[in-house]
Write a protein that binds this ligand. Sequence first.
Ligand code: AQP
Length: 334
Amino acid sequence: MDERKKVIFSGIQPSGNLTLGNYIGAIKNWVKLQDEYDCLFCVVDLHAITVKQEPKDLRQRTLEVLAIYIASGLEPEKNTLFIQSHVPAHSEGAWLLNCFTYMGELGRMTQFKDKSQKYGESISAGLFTYPVLMAADILMYNADLVPVGKDQKQHVELARDIAARFNNLYSPTFTLPEPYIAPTGAKIMDLQEPTKKMSKSEENANSYILIMDPPEVIRKKISRAVTDSLGVVKYSDEQPGVKNLMNIIISLTGTTPEEIEKKYEGRGYADFKKDTAETIIAELEPVQKRVKELLEDKTYLEQIYKAGAEKANYLSMKILRKMQKKIGFIPVSK
Ligand code: AQP
């Protein structure tokens, strides 16, 4: 019988301060998976530079993301927690995989289409090839499952196609990864435009809740969240703003849409919004406190990312070497 635990890989880019969308759609689900799977969680700093980053901010945010992982409940003893740029096989693997990926495939990626519209002429080639780097992240560990929000499903499917292509061309090398989309919180929406997803790089700060937002800011942002003029708390696609706030409560408390609808029957939106804000605050306050403590103990964080990189380097180099050999590169003699 195969005793090997299934492997999970996932990561978040330190391209901005993390939002409640990242927390609910990614980290909170990861925490639930850490006992059952062999997990690698990475701060994907190489991905972050596909758009312009201030070096000082990038450094600070990279450590903050690691601290958020730990503070949210990812145990360093159970998981491999590391920083992507500390493991060169990601970049090297991405180059090799680039040569097995078609331009047409990359051009069809929704995220690229969205972002290229946003950045126009000054779009980097990195943003175009970003899904190949993501494929390398996943394939360098032969990950079975990749927990992501709905927005990233297409990228995991591309990683699967690239893996299958390589396997068919040479011989079985990669496990074909599958996206793992959690049943709730798969897509938390923008508070101002609830038909688009909440994003950390959005310019309007009222559009998102940050994991590190203080309670008074959370209350203000939720009170300003766009709803509608119907005045009924109902879980309906016709009321995307209300539905989004309900989804936030559902993901954080495990309650059901019916229970929420019943609770606020005939009460309008004021109490509903107030309670939504308090639910978020109750969830985030302990995380924020722990993040601050961790950021004051840089030596501890360093220990974690060094140990994580050591393990990730060992695992990923084995697969990279295999790829190189199959492609026909001459191995370095021992
Ligand atoms: N709004 C969201 N709802 C649910 N899940 C979300 N994720 C992001 N936003 C939401 C999930 O968080 C993980 C990390 O995402 P990422 O930072 O690597 O990239 P992203 O998906 O591009 O996230 P952002 O916040 O929108 O970043 P920017 O603005 O830099 O592009 C992924 O699993 C993602 O699904």
